[in-house]
Design a binder for this molecule. Sequence first.
Ligand SMILES: Nc1ncnc2c1ncn2[C@@H]1O[C@H](COP(=O)(O)OP(=O)(O)OP(=O)(O)O)[C@@H](O)[C@H]1O
Length: 249
Amino acid sequence: MIEVKNIRKSFGEKEILKDISILFKRGEINLVIGASGSGKSVLTKCIVGLHEVDSGTISYDGREFTAMNFNQRKDIRSEIGMLFQGGALFDSLTVEENVRFPLEMYTKQSKEEMLDRVNFCLKRVNLENVNNLYPAEISGGMQKRVGIARAIALNPKYLFCDEPNSGLDPKTGIVIDNLIYDLTKEFDITTICVTHDMNSVMETGENIVFLHQGQKWWEGDKKSILKTDDEVLCDFVYSSRIMKKFKNL
Ligand SMILES: Nc1ncnc2c1ncn2[C@@H]1O[C@H](COP(=O)(O)OP(=O)(O)OP(=O)(O)O)[C@@H](O)[C@H]1O
């Protein structure tokens, strides 16, 4: 689990994160939702240490990350898998080389061990016989799967996903959501997903945190989000006309 306690973050005079406390549970998908500019990216960047917080603490299974120096943080970083928006694969590397990349960075495994692990991860995301293809030669959905295979290559305890469905059709998006869900359960990962996508919320929303103007405005699960009377949250959830009609049925 990852525990964020009373964190604050400002850029200049502007306070972006306003006293946020959240418990991200292990073995569950924890969704962070909110309108553009609400502070989702700044929050996740603080959690992984790309931004320093001004105050408050962040702990990974009881290990206080905010109190650690750069070297101490390396151990925790090696336990984190990241799935970036758009996949962020290296275009000049093959699928196999992309998935092998973190193994080369962080382990001393032999070539054979790395190949075994790469093949295991690719198989786990239902990709076979694509090792030697380049990202440009596979579909967007397949690229996401390669991104997921790379994110789980080091057997992470923590998985961060930034808009995992962006650029995918709704059906492929749900396949990706379900894959992340299954991996979270199978390997008991603390998964944090930043998303705008209400399909994802309804598919995998076990723990949902809604940020509004830098504050934790609401938290709950997918059942309670549909029943909420909170005006700000309703405005986000039922932002499209069709969703508004659905709410009024
Ligand atoms: N490095 C930075 N320096 C100054 N201001 C920043 C910086 N990064 C983010 N901000 C500001 O922080 C606020 C929150 O931005 P953030 O990127 O966290 O929003 P978000 O909720 O992730 O939005 P989106 O859904 O559009 O990605 C915005 O007003 C943004 O301009």
